[in-house]
Design a protein around this ligand. Structure first.
Ligand code: ATP
Ligand code: MG
Length: 550
């Protein structure tokens, strides 16, 4: 299924709106709050917002919902833009800020007061909740509800002018304290916050609440379809109430189920906690489900977009298995990553009958199926490294790799036969001694005998040393948040990061940060961002195949 061919209930709504000539140009928006890095859940929203605009030749706005200065930061603004671009989407000139509408929003707030639709309330936070009540019982009218319009205007001006401390007053919409929907029980729409804003500095000390701000932002920008996650369904009546009272254009809000994935957590608050408590190394730690973490891990934008297309868009909460994401990554990397050879747990192999002073430059294909990836030369000598697990004492017949007397092909080179092994005092194999058949360079033995196994290797004289980081799932539990009695950090996987020193073929010396490879027979790897020519570092993206489920 390509992105363009994907279709779901939101696309049906849009197609009906277009067919009925209700709308000419589809305008969507992606409205992140710059209070953390984007995660794969956001990728679903981005895919939907930008993808839908693309599909119907409309446009998608990137709008920073920056109404909460204390939690927000420029660092996040930059990271969010980088991540969206990396995912393959572009907002062009349509970059907007909630904060650029602050003056306009204050004017609208005054308008509501003047219409008798809003009032200033001085209840403490606790009393606010008591008066609001619970869904099954009506709330009570707060004392300030019957202030005169003039009193409310004066108080609001004082709030604006900084005459009052944080929390002293809020401005509330005057709707219905008995509504079964708590969001309609005179919700707060403005609060006092003496805080410096990363965009507007100290020019405001009152900030609009999300529910007041969001619908106005959508309306000002002429958004046609405001797509958001299901938890906003109960906010929709408020969204519509505010715009109706202000007599403003009313976009259509449509809710969809958020993306949840097993073995991880997705909320920015939880991710921030993992970062701040040093359970991971920063927002771009390759174990996190952040876009920047997945990028550093070696996941591709194509794979992430494919996952989003596959899971589609519904109104039902669900939990997507992480294996689905991993399968998308493997499918893409299998097609797009050049091959190379690396030994993660090296032992030596010596070819007794190969000339000690000889080096052959073997030409090896970079991709088994795709010739356009070309070839590279790999030096071959008398001594090389192979993986420890490619040798076994007394191996059963189905073990196709090295054991005494068995002939095995060194990938792209010769067939060699193990004659004897050296072990250290603990009994671990250190060196395989072998002989080779000079007639088998890159071809089957001329006498027709069968060589069943092929292993990868790296010439010891040419090998480069690298650090390899083996990443595994961050949590041991499918849903780390399910157990309400335990903090989710109890389920962190202690083995989620392991390091090893590897021997790489020399062509990998020139890998650039972010370059992805399949290390043959070992897995997919990505040169780390702080990968340098002196100490190359590779992150394991994934093993070659999914582990079997037990
Ligand atoms: P979080 O719950 O992780 O803190 P958020 O919803 O507070 O995220 P925002 O910056 O407000 O983060 O999100 C921007 C947009 O991304 C919103 O429209 C939101 O609905 C959407 N979004 C956030 N999380 C998901 C998710 N898991 N799946 C799909 N869309 C999501
Ligand atoms: Mg939010």
């Amino acid at each position: 299924m390509t992105e363009e061919s994907s279709t779901h209930f939101i696309h049906e709504i849009i197609e009906n709106d277009l067919a009925a000539n209700k709308i000419e140009t589809i305008i969507t928006r992606f409205p992140p709050e710059p209070n953390g890095y984007l995660h794969i859940g956001h990728a679903k929203a981005i895919h939907l917002d930008f993808g839908t605009a693309q599909k119907y030749a409309g446009r998608c706005h990137l709008r920073f919902d920056d109404t909460n200065p204390e939690a927000e930061d420029e660092q996040y603004v930059h990271a969010i833009q980088e991540d969206i671009r990396w995912l393959g989407y572009d907002w062009g000139e349509n970059l907007y800020w909630a904060s650029s509408y602050f003056n306009q929003m204050e004017t609208y707030a005054r308008q509501l007061i003047e219409q008798g639709n809003a009032y200033v309330c001085d209840l403490t936070q606790e009393a606010f909740k008591t008066y609001r009540g619970i869904p099954t019982q009506p709330g009570q009218e707060p004392p300030g509800r019957h202030r005169t319009i003039q009193e409310n205007l004066d108080l609001f001006d004082q709030m604006r002018n900084g005459d009052h401390p944080n929390g002293a007053y809020v401005l509330r919409a005057k709707i219905d304290m008995t509504s079964p929907n708590l969001h309609l029980r005179d919700p707060a729409i403005y609060r006092i916050k003496h805080a410096t804003h990363h965009h507007t500095g100290d020019s405001h000390c009152i900030y609009p609440m999300y529910d007041f701000a969001h619908c106005i932002e959508d309306s000002i920008e002429g958004i046609t379809h405001s797509l958001c996650t299901l938890e906003f369904e109960v906010h929709r009546p408020l969204y519509e109430w505010i715009l109706t009272q202000l007599n403003l254009y009313r976009p259509q809000q449509i809710e969809f189920a958020r993306l949840n994935i097993t073995y991880t957590v997705m909320s920015k608050r939880k991710l921030l906690q993992l970062v701040q408590e040093n359970h991971v190394n920063g927002w771009d730690d390759p174990r996190l489900p952040t876009i920047s973490g997945m990028r550093r891990r070696g996941f591709t934008p194509t794979a992430i977009r494919n996952l989003c297309t596959q899971v589609g868009c519904t109104k039902f909460e669900s939990l997507t298995e992480i294996e689905r994401l991993e399968a998308c990554v493997r499918d893409d990397l299998n097609e797009t990553s050049p091959r190379a050879m690396a030994i993660l747990d090296p032992i030596k192999l010596i070819i007794e009958n190969y000339p000690a002073d000889q080096t052959e430059q073997l030409e090896i294909a970079n991709h088994p199926q795709n010739e356009s990836y070309g070839t590279r030369t790999v030096p071959f000598t008398r001594e090389c490294y192979i993986e420890r697990e490619d040798y076994m004492d007394d191996a059963p017949n189905k073990f196709k790799r090295f054991t005494l007397g068995r002939e095995v092909r060194l990938r792209g080179a010769y067939c060699v036969t193990c004659t004897h092994v050296e072990k250290d005092e603990k009994g671990n194999v250190t060196t395989l001694h072998t002989t080779y058949d000079p007639e088998t360079r890159g071809v089957n033995p001329p006498d027709g005998r069968k060589v069943r196994g092929t292993v990868h290797w790296v010439s010891t004289a040419h090998a480069i040393d690298a650090e390899i980081r083996l990443y595994d799932r961050l949590f041991t539990n499918e849903n780390p948040l399910a157990d309400k009695d335990k903090p989710f950090t109890d389920f962190l996987n202690p083995d989620s990061l392991q390091r090893c020193q590897a021997k790489l073929e020399p062509s990998l010396q020139t890998a650039n940060p972010g370059d992805r490879f399949q290390f043959e027979r070992v897995g997919y790897f990505c040169a780390d961002l702080d990968h340098t020519s002196t100490t190359p570092t590779f992150n394991r993206t994934l093993t070659l195949r999914a582990a079997k489920k037990i």
